[in-house]
Write a protein that binds this ligand. Structure first.
Ligand SMILES: Cc1cc2nc3c(=O)[nH]c(=O)nc-3n(C[C@H](O)[C@H](O)[C@H](O)COP(=O)(O)OP(=O)(O)OC[C@H]3O[C@@H](n4cnc5c(N)ncnc54)[C@H](O)[C@@H]3O)c2cc1C
Length: 311
């Protein structure tokens, strides 16, 4: 408790744990002031680089199985070639496989194994009159277990007169990664840059549906235990992608038959071509993915730097 300071955000008054104690070199443990602009500024101290702002990548350029650059376009659709020995794609679970497929980069798993949580939601009114104290902000997270492959979050979203409060409960269940869930290029529709649009195929297995049913049942039990007085929005299954956690379309792994990249994020068979975004996650638990993706991206950066003999 001693070294952790607690900050409060004005909007919700939710306490946040921030460790602002300086390290011996002056940095602080939880850098809440971090931004990507600061990161770029720090990088300038290490080495000069060019930054192409507003450039839209349209194709990855390869020769004899090795990448040598990226074709980009500006807003006026003028095309340029950016040459590089190493290319790292961080364009998202949809855009990264789209670029790879459009560039005819070979790989059985590219675009496949699209995955997201099965996300459920319910809104209700709960009476807090019988509680011994005012509830304050309410954020409860019930984590998954081996037997219960889902988590749920309960949050108070507003007070209602007479000691009632409106709550939202969200349940997130695991979904099996499957080859059949995929994105692929639409042979007939292209965007304004001439890149084919994507078609998406996504469905649930009987096991996924069982997880969804269990999650809904548990949510019902929790609502009963909370003594809800009114359901304002029934338990419903949200559309895939609703939580922006979609992943998996360039999953990492050792086997090129079932994965798009190796363990360092390099596309199998294409030295110098890397992926560092949510698409490399081979499976998705029930929690938010971004910290894992960032950790893997740092690992990939370290790998490239060590391969190149450091920056
Ligand atoms: C409101 C909101 C709240 C969220 N909260 C959380 C949270 O609390 N925790 C969590 O873990 N996750 C959260 N997420 C999800 C998180 O934002 C994503 O998991 C994460 O951003 C995915 O990272 P990514 O690198 O895969 O893709 P993105 O963040 O989408 O990055 C892709 C980038 O590539 C650019 N790009 C795409 N195509 C091209 C192209 N052809 N040429 C050039 N540039 C291109 C895009 O403009 C974009 O900047 C939240 C998302 C939203 C919308």
């Amino acid at each position: 408790m001693s070294k952790w300071q607690y900050g409060f955000t004005k909007a919700t008054e939710t306490p946040r744990a921030l460790n602002l104690t300086p390290l011996k070199d002056g940095k602080i443990h939880s850098d809440v002031f971090f931004s990507s602009i600061l990161f770029l500024a720090q990088a300038l101290h290490l080495k000069n680089y060019d930054l192409a702002v507003g450039a839209r990548a349209t194709r990855i350029l390869t020769e004899k199985g090795r990448v040598y650059g990226v074709e980009v376009m500006d807003q006026e659709k003028n095309a340029y070639v950016l040459r590089a020995k190493n290319i790292v794609l961080s364009a998202s679970t949809f855009e990264t496989p789209r670029l790879l497929l459009h560039s005819r980069i070979q790989g059985k798993a590219i675009g496949h194994y699209l995955i997201d949580h099965a996300a459920l939601k319910v809104s209700a009114v709960v009476g807090f009159q019988d509680l011994p104290q005012v509830s304050g902000p309410l954020h409860i997270l019930v984590p998954p277990t081996r037997e219960l492959p889902y988590q749920f979050l309960i949050a108070k979203v507003g007070d209602i007169p007479d000691g009632n409060a409106e709550i939202i409960m969200r349940g997130y269940g695991t979904v099996e990664p499957r080859f059949e869930n995929k994105v692929e290029l639409d042979p007939e529709r292209v965007d304004e840059f001439g890149v084919p649009k994507l078609n998406v195929q996504y469905s649930y297995t009987p096991r996924d549906e069982e997880t969804i049913r269990k999650t809904a049942n548990t949510m019902e039990q929790v609502l009963t235990a909370l003594g809800v007085t009114k359901i304002t929005e029934d338990i419903c299954l949200r559309p895939p992608g609703d939580d922006h956690h979609e992943s998996g379309t360039c999953r990492m792994g050792d086997d090129p038959a079932t994965s798009a990249t190796n363990r360092f994020g390099q596309i199998h068979g294409y030295p110098g071509l890397f992926v560092a975004d949510n698409s490399i996650l081979p499976s998705l638990g029930v929690a938010n993915p971004t910290l894992t993706t960032v950790a893997l991206a740092i690992r990939t950066a370290d790998y490239i730097a060590s391969k190149e003999g450091g920056i």
